[in-house]
Design a binder for this molecule. Structure first.
Ligand SMILES: C[S@@+](CC[C@H](N)C(=O)[O-])C[C@H]1O[C@@H](n2cnc3c(N)ncnc32)[C@H](O)[C@@H]1O
Length: 179
């Protein structure tokens, strides 16, 4: 388990606050963002995070370069078509030496036709999923000078369903307009 105490942390696609709660419990100094204001945090996390939330698109984060120690993005990038755009935007906000932690549904599961669905007003809805192969994460992050240092895959009944990765921005990285 990564230690997050006192880390200036940006959470992208925070949703209802499932991961935000864990980051707060670990002592991180978190700013939670999501594309959809209605999704952004549920009480009691919403109250605990008052003033530390922002509606923002992963592909165009409105923050200064190099200001966060940690960027976390859980179960969100499968909804984003422009993966290089989102990864570039997140890496830009990281300070050199900072870490990027991503989890998402495994592209294999999406290719198998697995859908994420929910019921809204009595109707079954499914959320659009884009297929981003793990090689695309690898190459994009390498080219952003934020290479992957750990990658784990989780299976269910023998099939890969989730993955998580940690990448670290090079200490000497010049990526971002703040250079
Ligand atoms: C499945 S939820 C995950 C929420 C939370 N991270 C978690 O793990 O419980 C995906 C979230 O991504 C957000 N999202 C989708 N596209 C996005 C984008 N382009 N930029 C930022 N957030 C986005 C959705 O609004 C939603 O809250």
């Amino acid at each position: 388990m990564m230690k997050v105490r006192d880390l200036r942390t940006l959470e992208v696609g925070a949703g209802t606050g499932r991961v935000t709660e864990e980051l707060l419990a670990g002592g991180a100094d978190v700013l939670a963002t999501d594309l959809v204001s209605e999704m952004l945090l549920r009480d009691p996390i919403r109250s605990a995070m008052r003033g530390r939330t922002c509606v923002a698109c992963a592909e165009a984060l409105p923050f200064r370069s190099r200001q966060f120690d940690l960027v976390v993005c859980a179960l969100t990038l499968g909804h984003v078509e422009d993966l290089p755009g989102a990864l570039g935007s997140m890496v830009e906000t990281l300070r050199p030496g900072g870490a990027l932690v991503i989890t998402c549904f495994h592209p294999f599961a999406t290719l198998q036709g697995w859908e994420r669905s929910f019921t809204f007003q009595g109707e079954e809805c499914s959320v659009e999923q884009h297929v981003h192969l793990l090689g695309e994460y690898f190459r994009t992050l390498r080219d952003l000078a934020c290479p992957i240092e750990d990658l784990q895959e989780r299976t269910w009944e023998g099939l890969p369903v989730l993955f998580g990765l940690r990448a670290r921005k090079a200490a000497s990285s010049r990526h971002g307009p703040g250079c």
